[in-house]
Design a protein around this ligand. Structure first.
Ligand SMILES: Nc1ncnc2c1ncn2[C@@H]1O[C@H](COP(=O)(O)OP(=O)(O)O)[C@@H](O)[C@H]1O
Ligand SMILES: [Mg+2]
Length: 393
């Protein structure tokens, strides 16, 4: 009962003193008029004026242009445009910008929101509020900065990993490869000098077995080196993708249809490596998860007005994917692809459905090409090409 009485007392106070509520609101409430004769006035402004703008209520009422004077010169045009748009369309006046506050000795970010109405014989009248959003803006800027730094670190780590791969590939090739070649030469020599009277008759067969093992190890070394640093990259991204798709079809026994509108796509080395790694991860995912029976790959340079994009699409007819799959806590393959695309200012999407009908999964990559990139470099060889890499019979 007592609580009810207290409540109705509060309601009565609010009705009697609405200005108290306005004065205590966390922002400067105002009424602004743009008169038909071109003049302007601020008939009402709440007491928060001093806190928000550092100007006394009476001063602002007497001279409304004081508000504009506070706006940093570089933000004045956006204020003028947002007001003109609101007046013309009679939609909410929405503006965010910076003010120089003398008493603060610093710049303050504010957000202005006001609803307009047109009154005949008067002009456009706005009622609204200006709020200090400096803290939010600062946090936003810090977040953007930290995001930028993270991106730089990520780019650095990826570049370091690629360089390390090249170094390891070189070492394996030169050191292990070199030693195996020497062993192979010695084995051949032994083979040629064996078979004398006192020799064990099993020795020539043993030498042939070891020689075959050396050959297999050499092939493994070639494969490992190729995975670490695909030499095919030297022939361009289209050739690299065709070659990788061919290997995939041979190894997995799944046909892979490749359509490539332009053969000689010249990309910056970092971008080429990133696109290739994205392609490799898409194929690895098909091997690991899709149980697909067919794969389609499309590589294209798309022209839109003045911009050009490299587009890569890898589609399978496998089990499909759901958003829950690609946001798995411990899965980093798709996240890595998205990250790599982001570092190239591009976009990567993964789509698909799971369930009956086997809709499969589509990975789509689009990256903007800088001027000079994506050009055909060898005359006559840029014709569209479509072929299917088939598994070995
Ligand atoms: N082509 C695909 N077909 C079906 N499922 C897929 C495919 N690609 C990815 N997935 C699903 O998305 C998940 C996340 O993939 P990814 O981020 O590459 O991590 P990982 O391969 O290590 O699991 C996989 O675990 C799998 O469930
Ligand atoms: Mg994966």
């Amino acid at each position: 009962m007592k609580q009810k009485e207290e409540q109705s007392e509060l309601y009565a106070m609010a009705e009697a003193h609405p200005l108290t509520i306005v004065a205590n609101s966390p922002g400067m409430v105002f009424q602004y008029i743009e008169c038909e004769n071109g003049g302007h006035s601020i008939p009402f402004v709440s007491d928060q004026c001093l806190n928000v703008l550092g100007i006394k209520v009476d001063e602002l009422k007497a001279d409304p242009s004081l508000l504009l004077d506070l706006v940093l010169p570089e933000d004045r045009e956006s204020l003028r445009r947002s007001k003109a748009h609101s007046a013309a369309s009679l939609t909410i006046w929405n503006w965010e910008g910076r003010l120089w506050i003398e008493s603060y000795g610093d710049v303050k970010w504010v957000s202005l929101r006001a609803s307009p109405r047109r009154e005949k014989g008067v002009g456009v009248i706005w009622e609204g509020i200006i709020i200090n959003v400096t803290q939010t803006k600062r946090r936003e800027t810090e977040l953007k900065e930290s995001h930028k730094r993270l991106k730089e670190v990520s780019a650095h780590v990826m570049a370091a990993v690629e360089h390390e791969r090249i170094r390891i590939a070189q070492e394996i090739h030169d050191d292990l490869g070199g030693n195996l070649t020497a062993i192979k030469i010695d084995l051949d020599w032994l083979g040629r000098h064996m078979g004398g009277d006192g020799d064990n008759p099993e020795l020539p067969a043993k030498i042939r077995t070891v020689s075959r093992m050396v050959d297999r190890t050499m092939h493994s070394i070639q494969r490992i080196c190729r995975d670490l640093r695909p030499g095919i990259m030297d022939f361009g991204i289209a050739a690299a993708i065709e070659w990788e798709a061919g290997e995939f079809a041979k190894r997995l026994g799944i046909p892979c249809e490749i359509s490539c509108a332009q053969q000689d796509i010249e990309l910056k080395p970092d971008a080429a490596v990133a696109v290739f790694r994205i392609f490799q991860e898409a194929l690895t995912n098909i091997i690991k998860h899709a149980q697909a029976s067919y794969v389609w790959v499309r590589l294209n340079v798309v022209r839109e007005q003045n911009t050009r994009h490299l587009e890569l699409e890898v589609r399978d007819d496998g089990s499909g994917i759901t958003p829950a799959d690609y946001s798995k806590f411990n899965s980093f393959g798709i996240r890595g692809m998205v990250e790599r695309a982001g570092l190239l200012e591009g976009k990567l999407t993964v789509s698909g459905q799971r369930g009956q009908g086997r809709k499969g999964t589509t990975v789509h990559l689009s990256i903007p090409l800088a001027s000079g990139e994506g050009n055909s470099i060898t005359a006559g060889s840029s014709a569209a090409r479509s072929k299917t890499a088939r598994p070995k019979a």
